[in-house]
Each structure stands twice: as structure tokens, then as C-alpha cells.
Write a protein of this length. Sequence first.
Length: 476
Amino acid sequence: MKKKILVFLLTAAILGGGGAGGYAGYKNYRDKHTEAEVWSVASLDWGYWGSDMECSGVVTNDVVQQIYLNNEQQVEEVYVEEGQTVSVGDPLLKYDETSIQYEIQMKELDIETIQNNTAIAERALNRLQNMTPIEEKPEEPWIEEDTEEETTADVTPEDDREDWLFQQQEDSQQSGNPNEISDAYDAADLETDEAWENVIEPEVTEEPVQPEEEPEEDTEVEIGYTKEELAREILTTKNKLRDLDVSLRTAQLELTKLKKQAEDATVYASINGVVKTLQDVDNLPGDGSAFLVVTGSDGLYVKGQIGELLLDQVTPGTPVSLTSWQSNAMCDATITEIAEYPSDGGYYGSGNPNSSYYEFTAYIEDAGALTNGEAVDITIQGDQDVSTGAIYLQKAYVRKENGKYYVLKEDGDGRLKKQYVKTGKTVYGSAIEIRSGITADDYIAFPYGKTAKEGVRTKQADTTYYGMTERRSANV
């Protein structure tokens, strides 16, 4: 019997050792034969030479310039009168520079608050995305509450007295002492309500009861979510981050405009026309109407829309090109005014549909063959200051982790490693600028899939990409 047990133990040990060795061998085989293809950054670089934005518009001679004041803006001086004729570039009014500086400070505080809220939301999203959902919560049984109230409307004081006397007699009989009922409880003494109350509810002086202290709530308790609840929380937090991003960009644009106003607090006429409306600066109306209105009198204009990403490059004075839909006639115009707030209407152009767009007015100095009401294409050349050494990779090759971007780069020894990069703007809707972290001579892998791991062996991707064939000996 002992020999059988010994043989069994030896067999189990051999099989166990063989299994462990087999798995180690399989892992070693898998590591040797798992390879990730890598491409040179130079072959993946989209390149970027600046962007021209196109939109459409209609030539018109019916334009209006309206100037609104908010509660913080104060007018220092008005240069025109109602009914006065003005030309493009004529000064209309000047803001008080002190009030502009105050607005700048308040807007900077708004931006700081938005950034703090964004950081909090990002931490919350990261915690939610790393949270393990709990099991489904069991449904609590439904218990019908007894709302029926006891009624004593049919019970009279005489009934209470009889019941009490009967109970006293029962108690005295059970105790074997029929004299237990005192003379003070004689029925003759209980004929009045006052005597009865002294018997049933004698006055007793009690010590005041101290209220129990409620235990403090444990604010550190981790909230659990089911799979569905967790998905809803993640979606809600992402939507909040999206709204915060929009608010931040809007506030930053407003801050940029305020800083430009601080440099020159004067507002100029953007059209040729007549001052139709001018409110009393010391008695402003509270109906939200414009403080100053200039209506166009002569000349042709065109209105279009510009994306928010170009607002820091396109300003009043920027030239645009017009092309007629009917005759293909071309002429130039100059932007004279850009709206302070995004347009509520639809956008028709070549820009990013997810971006906000601002309406602009351009003055056509020499209309040539263009006429009032004619539809035109408008071309705005933007982003002329483009770095010659910038790298633009397809966004699929760049991953985000805890708010940081990274690529899977070959480490020089034939293995993948995680390389964090600094990113910039997104162009064409699908390429992102890489400002630092990698160079055009580096090789990177697609950062998704089974081979997208640090330490995986690399091999050259022998394929044609964008007309370029990459061939390189892989490290072994």
C-alpha cells in the first residue's frame, strides 16, 4: 500500500512539473514568435501646409452694424451723433479701459474655475473607468403600509373607567389579595373626570431625556454601481467634460477679445452707412436693445462664417477671395467685422462640423461684375505660420492614458516601449500634431490589438504606405 502511494505522488510530481515546464515552454515560444509590425514615423507623417477655409455667402448692400453693452462695460466717450454718416474705419465710441481690465480679471477667474471643474471631472471619469461594477441589486419586497388609524370616537370616558376598574379587580384576584384596591380607587371617588385623570395618569416629574447623538456619516464610503449604472455615470461625466470644454473655449475666446479691446478700447465703423440709433449713455434701456446701430447706405458686402479655430488668425482687415456661382467672376474683399458670439444657424462650408462658427462681414471695395443678391464662394487663407518640422500622425496611432498621449515606439533593441508625446492641434479631422517625444527617424506600431504591448518583439512592415515603401532589417 505504501508503495502505491509513493508511486502516485511521484507520478503527480512529474506531471505537475511537466505541466509547469510545458507552460513555460509555450510562453517562451509565444514570445519568440509574437511580433509587432512597425512603420517609420516619416512614412506615417501626413504633413501639413496650412489650411484654407471655404464657405458660401450672398452679396448684399443691406447690412447693419450693431453694438451692444453688457453690465460691466462702460463707455468713456461717443464720437458720433444720431443721423451722422460714417465710413469704414471711422471711430464710433471708446470704452472705459478700467472697466475692460475688470472684465479681464473676472474672465480669467471664470477660466480658472472651469479648469478646476474639468480636473475634478477628469479624476472622477478615471475612477469610474477603473471601477469594477457590483452585482445587480436585489429588488426590495414591497410592503404595504398600514395607514389605518385607530379611532376612539366611539369610546366614552365611562367605558374607560369601567374597563380600568374591571382590570384592577382581575389583577387583585390573581394576586390573591382582594384588598389590593385602595379606598382611593373607590368608585364613589371616581365620578369626576378630574379624579379619574389623577388615577389613570398621575402627575410624575421626570428628568428630561437627553437626545441621542447621531453618528457622523462616513463620507469615505465607496459607492458601488451595477454595470448599467456605471455606464450611465461614465456617459454623464463624459458629457459634463464636453460641456466644460465648450465653456472653456468660449471663455478663452472672450478673454482674447477683451485683451484686444484693452490694447485699443475704440470701436470703429465696419460698414459705410448712417448712425440710425444711439442710446443715452447715462440712461441705457433695460430691454437688451443695441446701444448704437449703423445701417449701410452704399457699397456691397458679403457675410460668411469662420470657425473658432481660426479666430486667433483671422481678424478685421484680413483679405478674402470671392468667386461667383453664376459667372465664376472673382474679386477680393476685406473682413470688417466678426461677431462676438457663435452663430445659431447652420453652417455650409469645408470646416469642422463639430466646431463653433462666427459670422463675419466683408466689404467689397471693387465689386466688378458682382451684383446685389449674387451667391459666391468665400475663401479665407489661415494658419500661415506652420512649423516646418512638425509631425502629424493619424489619431489611431496615438493613444491616451490618464490624460496623457503616448505611442508604441521601437526602443532600438527590437522591442516595443511606451513613449509619451506632447500633442498640438488636430487637422483634417483625423490627424494630430506631435510636438515632442518622437522624431521622423523613429519607428512606431499600431497601439491596439494583441501585439500592442511593451516588450513585444518588432519587425519591419514591408508594405507601401502613401506611395512610400519602407524596408529595414528588424532587430533580433
